[in-house]
Design a protein around this ligand. Structure first.
Ligand SMILES: O=C(O)CCC(=O)C(=O)O
Ligand SMILES: [Fe+2]
Length: 280
């Protein structure tokens, strides 16, 4: 694959060739500041100061602290309801089979670009209104159990807002993604520092997996690079260390969107189904 013709921010995004948060103000840093989209956010995410512990319902003090320091959190048996999980699987796969998903691309601003060897998933955006109702009537009718899941994910957002005084979520965004055999998504981050959008970019990624029969060797793990620039006390940066997270059914993975690099390893099975909500 020749990536030399890609727009620079996408090339950077793919290679993960981004700097650490800026701590001092040298000329070099000022120059870097001009290329806003290519920098790691220097706005740290504080999840642990002055928290209202009485408002915890799903999370707790330890899990929030892990999310802030390690940058990620895994919650297994999130719904703990086999019937619901099966229904969410069926609804997701039906959307795919009914051609409701589109080939995903990578885009930013006016750049739109697709390459199956970089990102091989099919996606559908699920838009909900301020009352948490799915805007599209037909879609709403077809995916009641996915909507049930989205309500639960929304409760996590509400909990962030209630527990962390300074969190103040702005909105959420949700996508259903299906990968087929061979599908992958190479190393990237979910949001970037930009001087205009620093207050409205993705902060938290929550991915719910529905792959009932996943087994070792099926591939499609989420390779999460554990370097977390949000943790200023991290002893030394270990940019190449990673953990592989199996995309098993009823697993919810939460991580800090601007900080953790990740990739979806090639799938040897299909469909690989994931439902993602981003908190801005
Ligand atoms: O499905 C996954 O495990 C991750 C997908 C992803 O990284 C993304 O859509 O940004
Ligand atoms: Fe991602």
């Amino acid at each position: 694959m020749d990536i030399s013709n890609l727009p620079p921010h996408i090339r950077q995004q793919i290679l993960g060739l981004v700097g650490k948060p800026q701590t001092n103000n040298t000329d070099q840093n000022n120059q870097n500041n001009l290329i806003n989209n290519e920098k790691v956010s220097n706005v740290l995410i504080d999840l642990t100061s002055n928290i209202n512990v009485e408002n915890f319902k799903i999370l707790n003090k330890e899990s929030l602290s892990q999310l802030e320091k390690k940058g990620y959190l895994i919650i297994d048996n999130f719904l703990n309801d086999l019937n619901k999980i099966n229904l969410i699987y069926d609804e997701s796969y039906n959307q795919f089979k009914e051609n409701k998903l589109i080939e995903a691309g990578m885009n930013k601003g006016t750049d739109k670009w697709k390459d199956k060897s970089i990102r091989g998933d099919y996606i559908q955006w699920i838009h909900r209104d301020s009352n948490n109702r799915i805007q599209d009537k037909d879609l709403s009718f077809s995916i009641p159990n996915i909507n049930y899941l989205l309500d639960k994910l929304d409760l996590i957002k509400t909990e962030f807002d209630k527990v962390i005084p300074n969190f103040k979520s702005i909105k959420t965004q949700t996508q259903l993604a299906v990968y087929l055999n061979g599908g992958r998504y190479i190393k990237h981050r979910d949001s970037f520092y930009s001087s205009e959008s620093s207050t409205v970019s993705r902060r938290i990624t929550m991915i719910y997996y529905v792959n009932k029969d996943w087994k070792n060797g099926d591939g499609g793990e989420l390779r999460l690079y554990t370097d977390n620039p949000n943790n200023i006390n991290q002893k030394e940066s270990n940019q190449n260390e990673f953990i592989d997270i199996e995309p098993i059914a009823d697993r919810l993975l939460i991580f800090l969107s601007p900080f953790l690099e990740h990739e979806v390893l090639p799938c040897n099975f299909e469909p690989r189904i994931a439902i993602t909500t981003w908190i801005y």
